[in-house]
Design a protein around this ligand. Structure first.
Ligand SMILES: [Zn+2]
Length: 118
């Protein structure tokens, strides 16, 4: 089921985990109106961490977004919302509040998180 391998990798990376089960993710995405790939609007097969694990992102419901395989491979390390806005400039004003959440973490919060693991 979608989510199992990501959970294992997240735990191996020492990410914060809120204990959600894969089925909880569907309910959460339903609540958030996330029914398709957040980049292209197509069917999705992957889940992505909005704030990457490598930058201290958590494996929690609020940090997981659906992505299709082609977007996941082509966006590389970038913020999925920024990637989406590059493809659909008209949507940029709506997406901007979500841009680079990981960069907002790069200050004190990220340092604190990194401090936790050392
Ligand atoms: Zn896509």
């Amino acid at each position: 089921m979608l989510g199992r391998s990501q959970l294992r990798r997240a735990l191996e990376a020492g990410a914060e985990y809120d204990g959600h089960q894969p089925e909880d993710l569907w309910i959460h995405w339903d609540d958030e109106d996330l029914y398709c790939c957040v980049c292209c609007g197509g069917p999705f097969e992957h889940l992505d961490h909005n704030v990457p694990l490598i930058r201290g992102g958590s494996h929690t419901l609020d940090n997981l977004v659906p992505l299709c395989e082609s977007c996941n491979t082509s966006k590389q390390g970038r913020c999925p919302y920024r990637f989406y806005a590059e493809r659909f400039p008209a949507l940029k004003p709506y997406l901007e509040p979500y841009f680079d959440l990981h960069e907002r973490l790069s200050g004190e919060e990220l340092a604190a998180r990194q401090g936790d693991t050392t």
